[in-house]
Design a binder for this molecule. Structure first.
Ligand SMILES: Cc1cc2nc3c(=O)[nH]c(=O)nc-3n(C[C@H](O)[C@H](O)[C@H](O)COP(=O)(O)OP(=O)(O)OC[C@H]3O[C@@H](n4cnc5c(N)ncnc54)[C@H](O)[C@@H]3O)c2cc1C
Length: 438
């Protein structure tokens, strides 16, 4: 437990102590942090959004956005017009079992019918600037080092060091707020310091990606390859090819931990071997590679809980919110950010500490209600496809059935209408309701 630290002398680049207090501190300005900060600022709260890096910055990702993420962008007042750096897509093209299938995003009342591609170098900065425009105070180059706790163990702020452009660190400074939101990604040092460890009973993925100069840069479908072979072993996961629209393509692959291969696969080598099987004219060869192959973990199915404890909320990857069915994390980071903001606005409007606490405790319940049943199904799915025979059966016998595949797309991308949906929507909604919440 960290005792409240006395205010350190501020270095010249460090903010004054009056600027180090806020209604809410949001740690990390990835999609979860910027969305949380945007909605909080829109509601008129004083929000401090602290980020250890400086924009623009790289983030290892596939750069693919499904209609779920587009909906969240629109809710933040961002209009992703084509030609403005956004590449729109119509749906998912699936390659596997000797088939090539194009499945358009479903036409729904709840979600738009298009997805997008945009590199995270751009995307994350657009979101952070939008939060800033709404009134959030974005402070880049500020590395949060730990929580500040009161005598009861409740978080009352964070300690952080600012880092100038030359890499010089300030003394440790104290930032204060009655509520802190951990949006610091999969490694979430802040949650760890609050005693919240990763759960091993939840699925985990690993994904790697790189970029190639390629004539496929303007592809307006997200493409996924279902057959990743390691020798004669079929792996649970998929490869993707997403056109970025700037002359390059993001190509990568992700594997789930339900396979024995998880620990002992050379992911970079696997990526190269898979891409070597693609037509040479697509350009996915070493001489056209424009950046290193980088990888990171995909924390899935609520792999860190509780999502609220002692004044701190967990949002996005910090709370393990990646969809186990498809590895999508951005939409869930943004949705959970919006839910966290809504909860905090209500909590700060309560007159008593007890009332505030009751309001904050609604956040994990809202998450459970939104994703609990679906993530439980996801866990079953991850276990099933960890068996190569099931994976083989699914690709060989599933892909030739267009209706089954349309259903599968809705299930894997979590795209249904909650009410008045078609029969497929009703089956999926019923399944997620009967599954016990994760
Ligand atoms: C290879 C790969 C491909 C992927 N492809 C896709 C995809 O195509 N589509 C999709 O939807 N999802 C994809 N994902 C998942 C997606 O990247 C994540 O789910 C998403 O980035 C989560 O957002 P976040 O804001 O919770 O965390 P992050 O994006 O990780 O943001 C965390 C932020 O916190 C900052 N931070 C961390 N520690 C501190 C600290 N101590 N102090 C201050 N700031 C801090 C970081 O610098 C960062 O800016 C992919 C993941 C990987 C690894």
């Amino acid at each position: 437990m960290t005792a409240p630290s006395p205010a350190s002398p501020a270095s010249p680049a460090s903010p004054a102590s009056s600027d180090r207090a806020a209604d809410v501190i949001v740690v990390g300005a990835g999609p979860s942090g910027s969305t949380t900060a945007y909605h909080l600022a829109q509601a008129g709260l004083d929000v401090l959004l602290v980020e250890k890096t400086a924009f623009p910055r790289e983030k290892v990702c596939g750069d693919g956005l499904t209609p779920r993420a587009v909906k969240q962008l629109l809710a933040m007042g961002i209009d992703p017009q084509p030609g403005d750096g956004w590449v729109r897509n119509h749906g998912l093209r699936i390659i596997g079992g000797g088939m090539r299938l194009e499945l358009p995003w479903p036409d729904l009342a709840t979600f738009p019918n298009y997805g997008l591609v945009r590199t995270r170098e751009d995307f994350d900065e657009i979101l952070a600037r939008q939060a800033q425009k709404a009134g959030a105070r974005l402070q880049e180059r500020t590395n949060v080092t730990g929580p500040v706790l009161d005598a009861a163990g409740r978080i009352t702020g964070v300690t952080a060091r600012t880092v100038d452009a030359d890499g010089h660190k300030s003394d440790e400074l104290t930032y204060r707020a009655p509520i802190v939101v951990a949006c610091d990604g999969n490694s979430t040092r802040l949650s760890l310091a609050m005693g919240l460890r990763k759960r091993d009973d939840r699925p985990l993925g690993v994904a790697v990606r790189t970029y190639y100069n390629s004539p496929r840069t303007d592809d307006d479908w997200l493409e996924s390859w279902l057959e990743l072979w390691d020798g004669d072993r079929l792996l649970p996961g998929y490869g993707w090819i997403f056109g970025v629209g700037d002359g390059t393509v993001n190509a990568g692959l992700g594997i789930l931990n339900s396979s024995g291969a998880f620990q002992n696969v050379d992911y970079r080598d696997l990526l190269r071997r898979w891409l070597d099987t693609t037509p040479i004219e697509w350009g996915f060869r070493e001489e056209n590679r424009t950046s290193p192959i980088r990888g990171a973990a995909l924390p899935m199915g609520f792999n860190r809980t509780p999502h609220y404890t002692r004044g701190m909320l967990l949002v996005g990857d910090a709370g393990g919110m990646v969809n186990p069915f498809n590895g999508e994390g951005i939409a869930y980071a943004m949705e959970s950010g919006a839910m966290a903001a809504e909860t905090i606005v209500q909590a700060l409007g309560r007159a008593t500490p007890a009332g505030r606490e009751r309001a904050l405790e609604a956040y994990p319940l809202a998450l459970k209600q939104a994703y609990g049943g679906y993530y439980t199904l996801g866990r079953v799915f991850v276990k099933l496809i960890g068996n190569p025979n099931v994976m083989k059966l699914a690709t060989r016998h599933g892909l030739p059935h267009p209706t089954l595949m349309r259903f599968t797309l809705k299930l894997l991308a979590n795209l249904t209408d909650p009410a008045d949906g078609d029969p497929m929507d009703r089956v999926i909604n019923a399944l997620t309701k009967v599954a016990p919440a994760a």
